[in-house]
Design a protein around this ligand. Sequence first.
Ligand code: 6GU
Length: 238
Amino acid sequence: MIKIHFITPFKDMVHAVIGESILKIAEKKKLTQYFVHDLFEYADPPHYRIDDYPFGGGAGMVMKPEPLFRIFDEILDDGISGKQTRVIFPTPDGKTLNQEMSDELSKCEQLIFINGHYKGIDQRVRDNLVTDEISIGDYVLTGGELPALIIADTVIRRIPGVINTFESAETDSFSGNLLDHPHFTRPEKYRGMTTPEILLSGHHRKIAEWKLAKQVEKTKIRRPDLYKKYLDLTKTEK
Ligand code: 6GU
């Protein structure tokens, strides 16, 4: 069972996401266990500040180191430090997330997400506690909760048993460097719009060929970068 911690000043935001849908089912199935740590509980009275002005000046506040170090003292006190643990800091200046990174993280015993804020977190936390700095793309968000939850979601769905058929996760976009093919379900004809004949033919080999052709066609148009990877890979396989 993988333990996933979220350290956050906005715990309701985290609970809202982990308390629904597949992430919740994963916990019910005892494949995951979630811990949400409220950063404010580790700040000093009487003001319980978690951020402060940056030394040297500049715009924006910086998250203070003490509450974060205290939470880590506590997590490590629980005797879980020896296990395979990764400490993830979602940040726009991190390495861009991809499927390979999610797959690797899904094999860890414990993940700790530090949900920070764009303008920063004291560098000593990054230097001494964080193992992985991950960005979810080239755009700016208001805080670390959404990216942490997105990263966690991509990791959790790769844990065997979380998604009903492992095949379903295997055949999604990005596995094999191809995007997914189109899908159709009943009704066969709707408001004059039809389903491709081939999918109704029952001819398994031809259907598989059609799906692959559609995947290749879509990838070539939408993601030339992935298409190149796909070509290079199929070349080396041959
Ligand atoms: Cl991981 N955090 C924030 N705050 N903004 C981002 C991001 C992460 N990745 C892209 N933009």
